[in-house]
Design a protein. Structure first.
Length: 62
């Protein structure tokens, strides 16, 4: 497996885990802070994907 594939897989896995955790946090509690924590973690998803795209754009293909 190439380092590029590992970075792609890791980025998608981290984004999916963040999305799953966000949904869990949002619906698990009944207080307003629980929902806010879910929204906060949900904001990480595009940030993780943007970081992965930035790192992949800077890598050289062999």
């Amino acid at each position: 497996m190439t380092p590029k594939r590992i970075l792609q897989a890791t980025t998608l896995l981290a984004a999916a885990a963040s999305l799953a955790m966000s949904v869990f946090l949002y619906f698990s509690g009944e207080e307003v802070t629980d929902r806010l924590n879910g929204i906060y973690v949900g904001v990480w998803v595009p940030s993780i994907l943007a970081l992965g795209a930035f790192l992949l754009a800077g890598s050289k293909d062999k």
